[in-house]
Each structure stands twice: as structure tokens, then as C-alpha cells.
Design a protein around this ligand. Sequence first.
Ligand SMILES: [Zn+2]
Length: 75
Amino acid sequence: MRIATDPVCGSELEEEEAEGARLYSDYEMRQVYFCSPCSRQQRSRFFFCSPECKAKFDLAPGFYGGLAAQEAWPT
Ligand SMILES: [Zn+2]
């Protein structure tokens, strides 16, 4: 059993339960390292306690994910 934290409201939840209820979003984040010619893509999955929290996150993934908005996009 893995515990995830809802990035919107901060409540803890079980990842399996959130997945079963489709209360998650996958985002890819591109990290650019200016000291090298390479950039890296990273996929992250965020889990939510309710459809309301998921909707809020999907509107502003950069804000809740702690990323610049242009660095996160839905897949
Ligand atoms: Zn929540």
C-alpha cells in the first residue's frame, strides 16, 4: 500500500484507491539543464481525494505541482 498526498488539499490517500476511482492525472515534466545539451522528460502521476481536487489541479498543474506552468502539460 502506497500513500500519496493530494497536491491540492494536502490530504493523504491510498494510490490504489485513487487509481481505481480514476482520481489521478499524469503529467510529463521537461527539465532542461543549461549546463548540458541534454534535456530530460519525466512523467509524474498525481493523485487526488476527489473529482473537485482533480479538476482544480488540471486547471493549474504548474501551480499545484510546484512547476512553472509552461513546464507541465497533460498527456
Ligand atoms: Zn483533495
